[in-house]
Design a protein around this ligand. Structure first.
Ligand code: FAD
Length: 422
C-alpha cells in the first residue's frame, strides 16, 4: 500500500538517492553504484548481500511499499493462526547494512543511459541494475475481472497485503453452508503449492467456525501441481467432505451479479470468489524490455542472473523464465539473489563470476494450524543445456505431514525473513 510522500521521505530521498543522482555517478570512494528495483525476497537479499560482500559498492534499493509484507505465511492469516503483523518486516535491517532504501515507484528504465526514473522525480544512475519486481496479473484473461475488482467482491490475495485482509473479512462474513471458490491459474504461477495450502487454511477456519461450508478448488491444471498425494490425504483426513477439487477447470470469466466463476463448460456459483488470475513478470520488467518468453517472463543467464535481452540488467525471482522444474518461490528468489550478488561483486571487481552455481529450494505448506509438509530440490548449472537443472536424488517430499515439520516451516520463514532483510 502506497502512502503519501512526507518530510522523512524527502530527507531520505535527498540524503540518499537524489543527491547521488545529482552527482550523476558513483561517489569517488565507491567502486560502482548498483540500483535494485523491488524490495521483496529477490531484491532485498541481493541488496543486502552486495553490501555484505563488498561494502565499497553503493546500493540503492527502490521499493514502492514502506514495509515488507510476506506472502509466505499469509495463508495462515486466513486460517486464523497468524496475523498480518506476523508478515510485516521493516527495511531498517537493510539500512543498517548501508543499503539506501528509496520509498518510490520505478516508472521507467533507460538502459542506454543506465538510468532508472522514479515517480516522484529524480533519476537514479546505475552501473548495474537488478530488477526483482515479482509478478503482475493478466486480468484481461478473465472476462469481467476488472469490473469485479472495482466492487471488491472478487479478490486474488496473491500479493499479501490489503487483499489478504479483504479475503479474511469475506471468509468471516460468509454464511455457514456457503461455498468458498478458489480458482487456480495454469502453471507457471507464483508458489505452486500455495493454492492448496490456502484450501487447507480456509477449511481449517470453516471447520471451527462454519462447519457446513465447503471449499471448491477450480484448477486450470489437470491435477494438484505440487505435493498432490500429501495434500489430498490431508484434505481427506482433516477436512472430510469439505474440500472438493476439480481439475481442468480454467476460469474464463467472473460475474459478481450472479456470484459465479465462468468455466469453458459451465458457470459455478460461490459465496466467496477467490480468483487468482494468470501472471507475468512485474510491469517494470515489461517497460524495461526484459520480457523474452510468451510475453510473460524474463530470460536470464543463470550463472549471473543477467538478462538475455538487456546487458547490465539482472532479473531475479518470480519475474524470470523459470529453469526446468524450478518453482517460483521466495526460497528461490532468495537464492537467485545470492547468485546475482556474487556475480555483481565479481564483475565490479574485474573477476569472473562462479561458472557453476548451485542453489536449493524448500517450500513448506501448512495443512492445518500446526502441521506442515515440504518439497525440496537442488538446482545446478548444466553446461550442455546452458541452464540450471535439478540434481537427481537430491530433494523430494515429506513422507507424511507432521507437527515437527510445522515447527520447521515456521523456522524457515523466520530464517528467510532474517536472511533477506535482517
Ligand atoms: C499465498 C502465498 C504463499 C506463499 N508461500 C510461499 C512459501 O511458503 N515459500 C516460498 O518460498 N514462497 C512462497 N510464496 C511465493 C513468494 O511469495 C514469491 O515467490 C516471492 O515473493 C518472489 O520474490 P520476488 O522478489 O520475485 O517478488 P516479491 O517478493 O513480490 O517482491 C517484489 C517487490 O517489488 C516491488 N515492486 C514491483 N515493481 C516495482 C516498481 N516499479 N517500483 C518499486 N517497487 C516495485 C513490490 O512492491 C514488491 O515488494 C508464496 C506466495 C503466495 C502468494
Amino acid at each position: 500500500m502506497r502512502r503519501n510522500f512526507d518530510r522523512r521521505d524527502f530527507l531520505r530521498l535527498t540524503g540518499a538517492a537524489a543527491a547521488l543522482a545529482a552527482a550523476g555517478c558513483a561517489t569517488t570512494s565507491q567502486k560502482a553504484r548498483v540500483v535494485v528495483i523491488g524490495g521483496g525476497f529477490g531484491g532485498a537479499t541481493a541488496a543486502k548481500y552486495i553490501r555484505l560482500w563488498d561494502p565499497a559498492i553503493e546500493v540503492v534499493m527502490v521499493e514502492r511499499a514502506d514495509i515488507f509484507t510476506s506472502c509466505p505465511i499469509s495463508n495462515l492469516v486466513l486460517g486464523g493462526s497468524k496475523t498480518m503483523e506476523d508478515l510485516r518486516h521493516s527495511y531498517d535491517g537493510l539500512r543498517r547494512h548501508g543499503v539506501q532504501v528509496v520509498n518510490d515507484e520505478a516508472t521507467a528504465v533507460d538502459a542506454e543511459k543506465k538510468v532508472v526514473k522514479l515517480e516522484r522525480g529524480g533519476d537514479l544512475k546505475y552501473d548495474r541494475l537488478i530488477v526483482s519486481p515479482g509478478i503482475d496479473f493478466m486480468f484481461n484473461e478473465i472476462a469481467g475481472y476488472d469490473a469485479a475488482m472495482q466492487t471488491s467482491r472478487v479478490v486474488h490475495a496473491w500479493k499479501a497485503g490489503a487483499q489478504t485482509i479483504a479475503l479474511q473479512k469475506q471468509l468471516a462474513a460468509m454464511t455457514d453452508g456457503g461455498v468458498f471458490v478458489l480458482s487456480v491459474p495454469l502453471a507457471p504461477y507464483r508458489c505452486p503449492p500455495g493454492p492448496y495450502e490456502r484450501a487447507c487454511q480456509v477449511a481449517s477456519f470453516l471447520k471451527k467456525n462454519k462447519p457446513r461450508s465447503k471449499v471448491l478448488i477450480l484448477d486450470a491444471n489437470p491435477d494438484v501441481t505440487s505435493k498432490g498425494p500429501l495434500f489430498k490425504k490431508a484434505w481427506a483426513d482433516l477436512y472430510p467432505g469439505m474440500i472438493e477439487f476439480r481439475g481442468n477447470a480454467k476460469a474464463i470469466g467472473v460475474d459478481v451479479k450472479t456470484s459465479t466463476v465462468k468455466l469453458e463448460v459451465e458457470d459455478v456459483r460461490g459465496d466467496v470468489l477467490n480468483v487468482i488470475p494468470p501472471h507475468r513478470a512485474g510491469d517494470i520488467a515489461v517497460k524495461a524490455g526484459l520480457i523474452t518468453a510468451n510475453n510473460r517472463w524474463c530470460g536470464v543467464d543463470w550463472r549471473t542472473m543477467e538478462s538475455t535481452a538487456v546487458k547490465g540488467i539482472h532479473v531475479l525471482g518470480d519475474a524470470t523464465l523459470s529453469a526446468p522444474l524450478m518453482p517460483k518461490s521466495g526460497s528461490m528468489a532468495n537464492q537467485h539473489a545470492k547468485i546475482c550478488a556474487a556475480a555483481v561483486v565479481a564483475l565490479v571487481n574485474g573477476q569472473a563470476p562462479n561458472p557453476e552455481p548451485k542453489i536449493a529450494n524448500t517450500c513448506y505448506s501448512y495443512v492445518s494450524a500446526d502441521e506442515a509438509i515440504h518439497v525440496a530440490s537442488v538446482h545446478t548449472w548444466d553446461d550442455k543445456d546452458r541452464t540450471l537443472k535439478t540434481v537427481p536424488g537430491a530433494g523430494g517430499v515429506s513422507s507424511a505431514r507432521s507437527t515437527l515439520e510445522g515447527g520447521y516451516a515456521w523456522a524457515w520463514a523466520v530464517n528467510v525473513w532474517q536472511d533477506s532483510l535482517g
